[in-house]
Write a protein that binds this ligand. Structure first.
Ligand SMILES: Nc1ncnc2c1ncn2[C@@H]1O[C@H](COP(=O)(O)OP(=O)(O)OP(=O)(O)O)[C@@H](O)[C@H]1O
Ligand SMILES: [Mg+2]
Length: 364
């Protein structure tokens, strides 16, 4: 078991800075997700950790040991790729045994570990099947098996579920989480699917353009995103982002937009007055944090009209238009509204996020 420490990692490909000064610690036994859009440097970072790519600058420590100059085979790290690597003509048993045979382990030990690994991954009934005859879900399990059978200190997984269908992905998410829990080993898991990150990880590193923007628990990333990018990347439906302005009347400060006038609590007003360098603000509010009702429920509810209504399982998602702005609102399906109907919206003040529009930093 081992922690992984990355210090000021940089990697350039020609003029492109794929990874920019990345510093991060993955604690021993934790499941950490690197989450970010295509091209943000996730794979490059993993390849540097495992030793397939050499960083231009910075240090990598595994279990306290500097591994910068070690070959991949000396780092005791296993990597599982998006496309399962295995010997198609060989059986599952042979595929699992191969990494151990390379290590020249005694036959008895190999037999025992193949059995154990197959049980953990629930592929024991497939051991004598030829790899080409497996379904894609089974193949992915075998590929994961080939990585874990060596019992390395650290596992790196690069979008291992992305070519499975939605149903199987959901099953494998649960299985992988269970597996990591059982093995209690350090895992770094790369994905651009925020749901995968949110459901599996102990901690998530949200990346964009070669940098980590926030590194925290899924709960904190969701509840307290540090900037507009993180706020918009995590959560479905996407957080509503509304340009708004601060309006002062007498002693009070309020946020005004599209008919809403949201009075700010005194401590927030004080903070904004003292710290604000700009008046251009973006209000972020999740669709789950906007109340919707057929009648006016609070004094500051605002009237809106329903543009679109969509049923998603037991939830209903409404696109409500107020004064030229569309807000997405999520409610439970008991809400009976029709397209074109008038509704009343209210915003949960405790759940508002106020960002500086320029730069995107969270203010409150
Ligand atoms: N060997 C290479 N030569 C040149 N450019 C590269 C190389 N590898 C990666 N890049 C570039 O570096 C950037 C980061 O790539 P990387 O593969 O790390 O992204 P990623 O976050 O894994 O994306 P994805 O989600 O699409 O897999 C991209 O712009 C990519 O085109
Ligand atoms: Mg990648």
């Amino acid at each position: 078991m081992a922690d992984v420490v990355l210090e000021h990692l940089r990697k350039k490909f020609g003029d492109l800075e794929a990874v920019k000064d990345l510093t991060l610690k993955v604690e021993d036994g934790r499941f950490v997700c690197f989450l970010g859009p295509s091209g943000c440097g996730k794979t490059t970072t993993l390849r540097m950790i495992v030793g397939l790519e050499k960083q231009d600058r910075g240090d990598i420590y595994v279990g306290g040991k500097l591994v910068n100059d070690l070959n991949p085979s000396e780092r005791d790290i296993a990597m599982v790729f998006q496309f399962y690597a295995m010997y198609p003509g060989a059986t599952v048993r042979e595929n699992l045994a191969f990494p151990l045979e390379q290590q020249k382990l005694p036959n008895e030990e190999i037999r025992r570990r193949v059995k154990e690994t197959a049980e953990v991954l629930r592929i024991d009934s497939l051991l004598d099947k030829v790899a080409t005859k497996l379904t894609s879900g089974e193949k992915q399990r075998v590929a994961i098996g080939r990585a874990i059978i060596r019992r390395p200190q650290v596992y790196l997984m690069d979008e291992p579920l992305s070519n499975l269908d939605a149903g199987l992905r959901a099953v494998m998410r649960v299985e992988l989480k269970r597996l990591q829990h059982e093995l209690k080993q350090t895992m770094i898991y790369v994905t651009h699917d925020q749901l995968e990150g949110m459901t599996m990880a102990d901690k998530i590193a949200v990346m964009n353009e070669g940098s980590v923007l926030q590194y925290d628990t899924p709960e904190t990333i969701y509840r307290r995103p540090k900037n507009l990018f993180v706020a918009g990347f995590v959560g479905t439906p996407t957080m509503n982002m509304i340009g708004c302005s601060l309006v002062r009347s007498d002693e009070d400060l309020s946020l005004d937009f599209a008919g809403f006038k949201i009075g700010l609590p005194p401590n927030v007003a004080k903070y904004l007055t003292e710290n604000l360098s700009t008046s251009e603000l973006t209000l972020g509010i999740r669709p789950q944090d906007i109340g919707i009702s057929e009648v006016k429920t609070t004094y500051d509810s605002v009237e809106a009209s329903v543009d679109v209504r969509e049923l998603v399982g037991d939830r209903i998602i409404v696109d409500a238009r107020v004064d030229g702005i569309t807000l997405q609102v999520e409610s439970d399906r008991r809400l009976s509204v029709e397209v074109g109907q008038k509704v009343w919206l209210s915003i949960d003040r405790e759940r508002m996020h106020i960002f500086e529009t320029k730069g995107g930093t969270l203010i409150v």
